[in-house]
Design a protein around this ligand. Structure first.
Ligand SMILES: [Cu+2]
Length: 252
């Protein structure tokens, strides 16, 4: 009797402790790697809330390729070389994203556009995503072609995402209760704190060259990996959520 009671007690303790541990995955793309030249439906996979607080909205910034930082490497790790040319040397990037209407997770959504190019999107409103569950925010990626004359084998974009749990001004952003920042540390206002658990953990989208359809030129050897990060200026410009002409997050 006494033993079974204490087993029950410790079992519920374990369940409780597990619930409050950080065991869930980061926010990522459902399909982090896609093929070049193909239209793909993908999802932002919201990984967890802010501690026990639900995510009530998400804001997404896609590198526009215009003032993005471009780097290359012959191997998919290690040091990266700067590249000062245009992104079109590697891929026909820009305005490839279309938000898919879906009110199952959040009640409102919208695209972010600059010169009628989509550079990100947001979705928010309603009761939000339970802190211990995942949720999908769907979008379309229109075909992006790796430049046939280039040596690019894979182009990896760092996507900046803010999962908002509480609406605060920029000064109130913390991953304790308010926001999870899945952003590349590029010096923007949304880098987050260096000791936060998701520091410099953006979501990535890799576009892989379909070598059967778009083979590497002979002089390319094993090909090049290309990395694209948004500029700090772009993240600062495109991260806020504007709803009906009014900025709703961060609170102005
Ligand atoms: Cu996490």
């Amino acid at each position: 009797m006494f033993i079974s009671k204490s087993i029950k007690m410790s079992l519920s303790m374990v369940i409780l402790m597990t619930a409050f541990q950080h065991v869930q995955a980061h926010t990522v793309l459902e399909m982090p790697t896609i093929s070049d030249g193909k239209k793909v439906t993908n999802n932002i996979d919201i990984g967890h809330g802010c501690k026990e607080f639900p995510v009530i909205g998400t804001s997404v910034v896609i590198p526009d390729g215009i003032d993005s930082t471009i780097m290359t490497n012959a191997a998919d790790e290690g040091g990266k070389d700067g590249f000062s040319g245009d992104i079109s040397s590697f891929i026909n990037w820009g305005n490839k994203i279309r938000l898919l209407q879906n009110r199952s997770v959040f009640s409102e959504q919208g695209e972010k556009t600059v010169d009628s190019n989509v550079v990100g999107f947001w979705s928010g409103g309603g009761p939000g995503v339970a802190a211990d569950l995942d949720a999908y925010v769907p979008f379309i990626i229109n075909p992006a072609n790796i430049e046939p004359s280039s040596c690019a084998k894979k182009v990896r974009f760092a996507i900046a995402i803010a999962d908002v749990c509480k609406i605060t001004p920029l000064s109130g952003i913390s991953d304790e209760t308010a926001v999870n920042l899945w952003t590349p540390a590029v010096g923007s206002k949304y880098d987050g704190l260096k000791d936060s658990h998701a520091y410099n953990s953006p979501a990535y989208l890799s576009i892989e060259r379909d070598l059967a359809i778009n083979p590497l030129p002979e002089n390319c050897g094993d090909g090049l990996y290309v990395y694209v990060e948004p500029s700090a200026a772009q993240v600062d410009r495109d991260m806020p959520i504007i709803f009906n002409g009014t900025q709703v997050w961060p609170a102005p």
